[in-house]
Design a protein around this ligand. Structure first.
Ligand SMILES: *Cc1c(COP(=O)(O)O)cnc(C)c1O
Length: 473
């Protein structure tokens, strides 16, 4: 092959080879180790370093190590046993959507270059808006993930409320807010000395009294409180901040309320689960992560802003060669986010939603919550396990505890428990230090996880807890 264009029969053969490999892999996910083989990872990385290839290779020679070796040397994040961090899974039709979007390679940076495609993307954002009970004035943005959604939210709030008084602006979040909040605040020009990290209550929810006091103290110091970033499901423990009360404070103090619902936001799709996130639609803007709660492959986050014009004002750019569209019903994404050229992110969301329909996603979300509740209930009977709050959504923390143990011993044992359960290769679970405790956690959000995996998880925790809490010596 001496040119980059490939004839149709070669394209078909290549695509066929890739799809066969991919489906063989996906069809055996449930029997693959839940954590993946992470031995000698540094040596693996070192062995893979190579100079740029001057000449080509056969496709098969490239696919073989990718599918036979390298993929297994990673967390099995799409697998049913992945109860670590925040799962998602990656539904197959979304992968097809990415293939189509990249294969077609139409320009979706400006509306007039692909009006139909951008209407599909606008529809997706409008469906999110409907599910979140946001008004028609809302506009949004599909991003690469939750972090950049929150980044654009902070930029929008900053432009709307601070303007050139950037250095005076103060942002509030809790100690349990995702670490990306302070990171993207800094990227948005809100430096660490203007970010107040507030205490949480016993249930790890933002302490509203502490918020009130911090706002008053900052006003007294001549600063300009402008934004609260709450959590609609924290990553460490799954706690949902008191969104109604935070909305009240923000209304009273004229602050922008952004809710980081990257983990939990899509549970709001289910009407009977809305009380778990009561007050969410009162937020001025919301981060969602379709690559978590809509089970999409990594690379799709979303931001919704109630005052769509504020989002637009903060991100608009102009150039002589770029058309402008006064009719804001025509969705021109470069006016709503930092990117110009961009992948057609709408398609991998639109295709599965149209193919399956929303109710199938709701059913999956309900099942994940139900599984988490059952896991929580089952752990009550496991000796040595101390549970905290029941799952606010589909994630809950716990730790090992036994008579006479010190905090340090319990922390070490809990951390060892996570490791030993993972080593049994049926589930992968991870923990996190919260305040002075190291907490184990179970997060059920992969669409491939069902009751059998939860049973396996509880069995493995019970076996390893017994070994760890039996008095030594
Ligand atoms: C995952 C997560 C983020 C970060 O989102 P990315 O998509 O990884 O950028 C932020 N906040 C919460 C609560 C999350 O769960």
């Amino acid at each position: 092959m001496d040119e980059l264009d490939i004839d149709p029969s070669a394209m078909r053969a290549m695509a066929h080879a890739v799809v066969e490999r991919l489906i063989d892999h996906l069809a055996t996910l449930d029997t693959q180790p839940a954590r993946g083989d992470l031995t000698n990872s540094e040596a693996l990385s070192a062995a893979l370093r190579e100079p740029p290839p001057e000449t080509g290779s056969e496709l098969e020679a490239l696919l073989a190590p990718l599918f036979d070796d390298w993929v297994h040397r990673s967390f099995n994040a799409p697998g049913p046993g992945y109860l670590a961090y925040i799962p998602g899974g990656g539904i197959f039709p979304a992968g097809l959507g990415e293939l189509i979007a990249a294969g077609l390679n139409r320009y979706t940076g400006v509306w007039n270059a692909a009006p139909a495609f951008l209407q599909l993307e606008a529809n997706v954002l409008d469906w999110f808006r409907t599910w979140l009970e946001y008004p028609p004035s809302a506009r949004g943005l599909l991003t690469s993930g939750g972090s950049l959604a929150t980044f654009s939210a902070i930029v929008t709030a900053r432009e709307a409320l601070l303007g050139t008084r950037l250095r005076e602006g103060v942002l509030y979040a809790s100690t349990e807010a995702h670490h990306s909040v302070t990171k993207v605040a800094r990227l948005a020009g809100i430096l660490d000395d203007r970010v107040r990290v507030l205490a949480t209550d016993a249930a790890m929810r933002l302490d509203v009294q502490a918020l009130d006091q911090a706002i008053a103290a900052d006003r007294k110091a001549g600063l300009v409180p402008f934004m609260v970033v709450s959590s609609g499901g924290t990553t460490n423990t799954g706690a949902v901040d008191p969104l109604e009360e935070i909305a009240d404070v923000c209304a009273r103090e004229s602050l922008w309320h952004h809710c980081d619902a990257a983990y939990g936001g899509f549970f709001y799709m289910c009407p009977e689960l809305r009380p778990l996130l009561a007050g969410l639609p009162r937020a001025d803007s919301i981060t969602l992560d379709p690559h978590k709660g809509l089970f999409l492959p990594y690379g799709t986050g979303a931001l919704l802003v109630k005052d769509g014009e504020a989002l637009r004002r903060a991100h608009r750019g102009t150039a002589g060669y770029l058309p402008t569209f006064p009719d804001t019903q025509l969705y021109n994404p470069c006016e709503y986010g930092p990117e110009l050229s961009r992948p057609f992110r709408g398609l991998p969301v639109w295709l599965p939603l149209k193919l399956f329909g929303a109710e199938r996603f709701r059913a999956a979300l309900r099942e994940k919550r139900e599984l988490a509740l059952r896991a929580y209930a089952a752990l009550e009977h496991v000796a040595g396990i101390h549970r905290l709050e029941p799952p606010a959504l589909s994630l809950f923390p716990f730790y090992l505890s036994w008579p006479g143990a010190s905090l340090a011993e319990e922390n070490e044992a809990t951390q060892t428990l996570m490791e030993r359960v993972c080593a049994r290769d049926r589930v992968m679970i991870t923990g996190a230090p919260v305040k002075e405790r190291y907490l184990g956690r179970i997060c059920v959000l992969c669409f491939r996880t069902h009751q059998d995996r939860i049973d396996a998880c509880i069995e493995d925790i019970a076996l390893e807890s017994a070994a760890l809490t039996t008095p030594k010596r």
